[in-house]
Design a protein around this ligand. Sequence first.
Ligand SMILES: Nc1nc2c(ncn2[C@@H]2O[C@H](COP(=O)(O)OP(=O)(O)OP(=O)(O)O)[C@@H](O)[C@H]2O)c(=O)[nH]1
Length: 593
Amino acid sequence: MGDNEQLDIAEIDRLNRKALSCLASNRAETNRLATLSMNAASRISYQRGIAHAQLNLLSVLFHSGEYDKSEAMCTPLPAMFKSLNDPEGGMTAAVCLGAIATRRGDFASSASHLESARQLASQIPDSLNKFSLYNRLGIDALSRGDISAGPRNFLLALDIAERFGTASHRVNMLSNLASCQHDLSNDEDAIPLLVEALEIIHNEHLFAQQPLVSGNLAMCLLATGKVAEALQVITPFFNVADMDIDDKAFIYSIGAHASILLKNLDRAKSLLDQAHEFALIGDNYEEQMHAWLVRGMLDMAAGRVRVALVSLNHARALLSYTRNPFYQQQIFKGLATIHARLGKWKNAYTYLEQYQGHVEVSNKSAHDSRLLMRHLESEMKTLKEERDIALEKHAAREAENQKLEVLNKELTHQIDHVNALQSSLQEQAIRDHLTGLYNRRHFETCLNAVLEESGGKFPVAVVILDLDFFKRVNDTYGHPFGDDVLIRFARLMESNLRGSDMLCRYGGEEFCMLLRDMNSDMATNKMTAIAESYRELVVERGGQTLTGFTFSAGIAEYPQHGLTRNELLMRADTALYCAKLAGRNRSMVATGD
Ligand SMILES: Nc1nc2c(ncn2[C@@H]2O[C@H](COP(=O)(O)OP(=O)(O)OP(=O)(O)O)[C@@H](O)[C@H]2O)c(=O)[nH]1
């Protein structure tokens, strides 16, 4: 697809949806698709397309740590989506603003953005856009220390991922659920979730997500004392250039932590220096705190007790950016140890007490979180079952409706068929099958109607025609030839009729006409003209040719020669009889009044 290609609205929408769906797994692709859709939407001034493209572009910026730029791009979007009457876009924009505020440690403003996102979400059906909402609500809840709302929202996001998302969305949520468990000191339950996520990553080749998930796994392994395993999991990612800056900071810190525990202090220092740098470049306070904590451990391991105190104090100052009990415990434990080494027993004791307090809270929360997780899982299971039943019922109703629609169509079709048949039968009932002209019965009905309509206000000429010596035609040339003559005569007569006139086959080789608003003179002239054409008619069949046909006609005029149909027909018939007697090939008008 070329950059200059003209795309229509539907194609731009599709491009934006696609850009959104690869946000979790391939940000470069999101960026490429969103740029394409932004250009195409701008070209045709499609505001909604522009706004959604902008949303995708700023999400990419957000994930690469460009918070100022992404915030500047996002700030006008909620109002824009509101004016476009697009709650889905408005919700996603509010989620982005919430995420940016969280990164800045501004939890109050984050909560207000997320609340408006939640309100907008209640107006729209479930879609992939809700994934980022639940994900963000989960992260926000954890940062507030709400251990119930965190996993609950992640499970909701996992459900959205399973219904509307890709494997990468699933991985994302398994990883978040695991982080929750880890934050609650429940690493035993976190590890299988991360192993499952890594399996999906492997099978679906979602390598962009591998560093973070592996980092999380390494963190849990560290927390459970499996240091060598932890290092093994993250080693492949050292020196990988194409990685998220946050992931780099995280992985290098864990690498440094593991190296300290394995007494490889040189390696630990080199990894930690890089971790620190990445955390600073990425403006990531939580990772900065993580790096200071590990630096404190390194200082201690190297015997630099006073320096370690400085490092841990730095880490402690940043503690408000996380509720992670692992960090809290490590920091207070470290501070207690340092103060003990420095002989500051009172301080050491205070930190020890704080450390113990955190351990107790964390043990309790690990226990609570296990229970909560089981409870949430069964709650979700019930909800899912209920939803599946509702969906099944809906599908059954739809199928029933479709069946009805098909039946309805069939019925309509049959009714049409019957109607067509009926009108064809009606036509057949009033038509002569050989010539296609009206039959005598229908003619007589119409004649009655015309006479009634006239009521003497305009004349009506009634003409009966009889082809001359027709028996001879049949006898000499055969009956089929005679049929052809009758048909050709019928067509010739029709071509001489006006819309208000009417012609019928009266019987055999006899025809009858009514000429509206014509007196007998006018009718006679008309018959003379038709007689001329009939004479010139050439009929050919089976190598035989015949021409020079004649007919005789009798004309009666309403109201002059009669007031009723029968009277007029009788007078015309008599005139016809006279024309035959007078030698045929002529038209005669009824005599007398
Ligand atoms: N081919 C054909 N002939 C028909 C049809 N209906 C009637 N006829 C023939 O029309 C002929 C009418 O003959 P006649 O009544 O003797 O009259 P004519 O031969 O036309 O003589 P005049 O009317 O006295 O001029 C008969 O031979 C009928 O068989 C038809 O549908 N097809």
